[in-house]
Design a protein around this ligand. Structure first.
Ligand code: ALG
Ligand code: ZN
Ligand code: ZN
Length: 315
């Protein structure tokens, strides 16, 4: 196995010392090239309610100091199998959403150029659109598993086409996702009207609600998702508000009745072996968090996503 530069050893240097990169991994510029990069996108100008997700990437990096290198849930040490590195943040214009969306797309495309896979920490959900554009340029239209309380397939907000409530309608319109393999998981909460669901169905999304997860259970949900994506390239987008506010209070549009972090981690583990090509974890807004509950959950989800990517590689 090729030697990869892994995280700082927390048995030698206390995990609370030193600068925060994701999981205490090396920076991308320290290793030159990586199989997987973690990048932050500190952008929250697309939100419809509480702002603050621009501080998500740094909060998740801080919380990720506690991660350890072996993932028993998936029986893999991802940082041994792959060179994983922190690419820092994609800095984008907080006053011009259109420009920010372009900046994110080009920065993501640059990172993907050398065959690297990208796990992005948001930022609000607006950023999923430019990320999907970049991923589909590399892999073709991707299957999408979207974990969220919200559909995020609304048309416009105050006339704006690029917001955190609209990325997946744009993604379908632009053909960057494979409409045979789209599914929302964790949907709940009040809508503007029944039409929201009709339009979402017209865009060819499947829905597994938060109640479905509770009533049908993790195993059935996993089976349904695996069938939906089959062997297509898959992108996973996790809005942290898919978790119940008890498990993720630090977010901008919380909805009661969500998944537990245990359920979501179990669903992800059930996806081992799918052809994952990229992922994001968005909507962590640390100002509303308590005791890092939300950023710890987000860091563990990102670790499991990286582990899923590592499992695709031969040992
Ligand atoms: N993507 C997130 N978190 N929320 C979308 C909510 C849109 C709304 O306020 O209706
Ligand atoms: Zn949401
Ligand atoms: Zn969302």
């Amino acid at each position: 196995m090729t030697e990869h530069r892994g995280p700082v050893d927390s048995s030698k240097i206390p995990r609370f010392a030193g600068p925060a990169t994701f999981a205490r991994l090396p920076r991308l510029d320290e290793v030159g090239r990586a199989d997987v990069v973690v990048a932050g996108v500190p952008f929250d100008s697309g939100v419809s309610y509480r702002p603050g997700a621009r501080f998500g990437p740094s909060a998740v990096r801080e919380a990720s100091r506690l991660l350890r290198p072996y993932n028993p849930g998936l029986d893999v040490s991802p940082f041994e199998r792959l060179q994983v590195a922190d690419a820092g943040d994609i800095a984008c214009n907080p006053f011009n959403i259109d420009e920010a969306v372009e900046t994110i797309e080009h920065a993501a495309a640059g990172l993907l150029k050398t065959g690297t896979r990208l796990v992005t920490i948001g930022g609000d959900h607006t950023i999923a659109l430019p990320l999907l554009r970049a991923v589909s340029a590399a892999h073709g239209p991707v299957a999408l598993l979207h974990f969220d309380a919200h559909l995020d397939t609304w048309d416009t907000y105050f006339g704006a086409a690029y917001t955190h409530g609209t990325p997946f309608r744009r993604a379908v319109e632009e053909g960057v996702v494979d409409t045979e393999a789209l599914c929302h998981v964790g949907i709940r909460g009040p809508l503007y009207g029944k039409r929201d669901l009709e339009e979402d169905r017209r865009l060819r999304f499947g829905i597994l609600t938060s109640s479905d997860v509770m009533r049908r259970g993790v195993d059935e949900v996993v089976d349904a998702l695996r069938q939906r994506v089959a062997d297509r390239p898959v992108y996973i987008s996790i809005d942290i508000d898919v978790l119940d506010p008890a498990h993720a209070p630090g977010t901008g549009t919380p909805e009661a009745g969500g998944l537990t972090s245990r359920e979501l981690l179990e669903i992800l583990r059930g996806l081992a072996g799918v052809n994952l090509v990229g992922a994001d974890v968005v909507e962590v807004a640390p100002a509303y968090d308590h005791a890092e509950i939300t950023s710890v959950a987000a860091s563990h989800l990102a670790f499991d996503l990286i582990s899923l990517l590592a499992l695709k590689e031969k040992p």
